[in-house]
Design a binder for this molecule. Structure first.
Ligand code: FUL
Length: 423
């Protein structure tokens, strides 16, 4: 009968999330913010040789970045404190290659602080990206010296800017290179024990493996490894003892293939339809979406990007802001009785992941003309699964779970009618 396979689910069924991981998974939407020397040089990967004198975002307004993210429904924000070119957006004591050597605010500015303050003020989680690969730092070639240098930079960020939601380690450029992950993890555990660690060391969240913002389905929350960078199929280095529960984050830029702002590239903005497709295949597959919106050389998010982001948030709200009926339950059958017969075309299912990911196969059915009609079937549910189906008028639906590792705990089963502009 039910023949969906529970494809490649790692044998880690007993793995459970930490409280911090559950809180992070509830955030669902994060805004990535690539800003730095590249913003002023019309490039994606600086070589570390551009002069700090070009860094001068005269109208920089981190509050505009974060409040736009918040207004669109994004709940955390990750800033590139240092990209591969080595230029630091905070006045680090480790190098002169930083905002302190730029004309911006006469060398007295600190972009990391402005973002951290805006996030705190607006109640948005703050995260930092610190590229391990550093194309500027002269000691990079000397492993031991650079490990010390990197640990000092990280320590400054871990101790100077309040609580961090996430620390993002980018594998690009570091293929084949090993850093002192034990030491890096010790620092994080000491100074920011609640922060999520992205994809390296002993990560608590993993990379989904592409830069399209989409999770394959099923995307289980358990994994033993994940791809380390776009430039190699090799897995990133995970320390022994890494937790078995390591949910996926899907990162993608809002302008096709552009992480940094470039002049005259507004035409690369993804359409609302493309963004909604990404939403269904990231959040709708139980993963978290980290969408990059890059400030321009004024230090402001471009108007067109702001508009698109707000449209995106509004459309998510239009489709999923108000359920027609909601329930929760335990066991292999969870029924949802509608207050009155109504047309539905979407369902949202969430497991209570505090108990792990128990569902391995499910079928969603509607009661119609005296019989149960199949609307959708799938394997993983985990944090969230969004299913779209042709509109159908129903009085009752049910979730049937023919295969589970233990009695399913359904945190939410909700139905919606999204109508025309939906998938
Ligand atoms: C990649 C980097 O090379 C890109 O520049 C960007 O930072 C992206 C998020 O990760 O691996």
């Amino acid at each position: 009968m039910d023949s969906i396979s529970s494809q490649n689910k790692p044998e880690k069924q007993a793995a459970l999330p930490s409280k911090e991981q559950m809180d992070w998974q509830d955030l669902e939407l994060g805004m990535f913010c690539h800003f730095g020397m590249n913003t002023f040089c019309d490039q994606e990967w600086g070589e570390g040789s551009d002069s700090p004198t070009v860094f001068n975002p005269l109208h920089l307004d981190a509050r505009q970045w974060v409040s736009t993210a918040k207004e669109a429904g994004f709940r955390y924000f990750v800033l590139t404190a240092k990209h591969h070119d080595g230029f630091c957006l905070w006045p680090t004591g480790t190098s002169t290659y930083s905002v302190a050597s730029s004309p911006w605010k006469e060398g007295r500015g600190d972009v990391v602080k402005e973002c951290a303050d805006a996030c705190r003020e607006l109640g948005v989680g703050f995260g930092i990206y610190l590229s391990p690969w550093d194309r500027h730092e002269p000691c990079y070639a000397d492993k031991e010296a650079y490990d010390n240098f990197y640990a000092l930079q990280l320590q400054e960020l871990l101790t100077g800017y309040g609580p961090l939601t996430e620390i993002w380690f980018d594998g690009a450029g570091s293929e084949g290179r090993n850093y002192d992950w034990q030491r890096i993890m010790d620092l994080i555990r000491r100074h920011q024990p609640s922060a999520m660690v992205f994809n390296m060391g002993a990560p608590t969240i993993r990379w989904v493996g592409n830069e399209d913002g989409v999770a394959p389905y099923p995307c289980w929350n358990t994994a033993d490894s994940a791809r380390g960078s776009m430039f190699s199929e090799a897995p990133s280095h995970w320390l022994p003892g890494t937790p078995g529960w390591v949910p996926a984050e899907c990162d993608v830029p809002i302008r096709k293939d552009r992480w940094f702002w470039h002049p005259q590239e507004e035409h690369l903005l993804l359409s609302l339809e493309q963004l909604m497709d990404i939403y269904y295949r990231s959040v709708g597959h139980g993963a978290t979406l980290l969408l990059n919106v890059a400030p321009d050389n004024r230090g402001l998010l471009p108007e067109a990007d702001v508009q698109r982001l707000l449209e995106f948030g509004k459309e998510i709200g239009r489709r999923f802001g108000k359920a027609l009926a909601v329930t929760a339950g335990t066991g292999e059958l969870v029924e949802l009785e509608m207050p009155a017969a109504a047309v539905i075309d979407h369902a949202e299912i969430m497991e209570d992941i505090a108990y792990g990911e128990r569902v391995e196969e499910y079928v969603l059915e509607a009661y119609s003309n005296g019989a149960w009609l199949e609307l959708k079937r799938g394997s993983a549910i985990g944090h969230k699964k969004i299913d779209a189906f042709p509109p159908v008028c129903v009085k009752k639906i049910r979730l049937r779970v023919p295969v589970a590792t233990a009695s399913p705990k359904i945190r939410r089963l909700a139905v919606y009618y999204c109508g025309e502009s939906s998938k």
